[in-house]
Design a protein around this ligand. Structure first.
Ligand SMILES: C[S@@+](CC[C@H](N)C(=O)[O-])C[C@H]1O[C@@H](n2cnc3c(N)ncnc32)[C@H](O)[C@@H]1O
Length: 189
């Protein structure tokens, strides 16, 4: 199969951009899969800042990092990604958002359009030129459609001289398949 599913494509985008020594953000740590993936990419001298609003998610991410022997490469932050500017002072090479709810957990705790956009704005500000933000948009759950719509409205209005915006999605799959929005910063605002 030549066309990649959403998860491998999001990882390919991150792999293309992230270099050893970079600082990066996992905006939705969840069970920690992306945090571990990022911690491997940034190497010993890089760092991952991983956010989640649920204690269980932070604990699960901490365990995954320990199992992989990568815990020194990440700072786990029990707070909303909309507050990223309070925690991350360095330049960022890349960020990933997996929107929606944590599988196997409380489905009422979901990402929301307004705070997701606030986080994107803050990360764009800290993103290096050529850096990327990858959003994996799950939208089949209650509230998911609203978040998707406000996100699409927001990214469509971003000036193309500032940010390139790409969407990667299957158009003939059933049941609201997730899709990717990728933002690449082209110049300082
Ligand atoms: C789809 S899950 C993430 C899956 C994760 N990337 C993984 O590898 O397992 C979405 C996560 O976003 C978290 N979340 C919801 N609102 C948030 C916010 N404002 N800031 C940070 N995380 C948030 C949820 O608690 C949930 O764990």
């Amino acid at each position: 199969m030549i066309l990649k599913r959403v998860l491998p494509f999001s990882q390919e985008l991150l792999t293309r951009v992230i270099e050893p020594g970079n600082s990066v953000v996992d905006a939705t740590a969840g069970n920690g899969h992306d945090t571990v993936f990022l911690a491997e990419l940034v190497g010993e001298k890089g760092h991952v800042y991983a956010f989640d609003v649920q204690v269980e998610a932070i604990q699960s991410t901490a365990e995954k990092l320990q199992q992989a022997n990568l815990e020194t490469r990440a700072t786990l932050i029990l707070d909303g990604h909309e507050n990223v500017a309070s925690y991350v002072e360095t330049e960022i090479a890349a960020a990933i958002f997996n929107l929606g709810y944590l599988p196997g957990s409380n489905q009422e705790i979901v990402t929301k359009g307004a705070s997701t956009i606030q986080a994107i704005e803050a990360i764009l500000h800290k993103l290096k030129i050529g850096g990327i933000i990858v959003l994996v948009v799950y939208h089949g759950h209650p509230g998911g459609e609203d978040e998707k719509n406000s996100l699409m409205d927001y990214v469509r209005e971003l000036p193309q001289s500032y940010v390139h915006v790409l969407s990667y999605q299957f158009l003939n799959q059933q049941n609201n398949p997730p899709f990717i929005i990728a933002l690449e910063k082209m110049k300082a605002k």
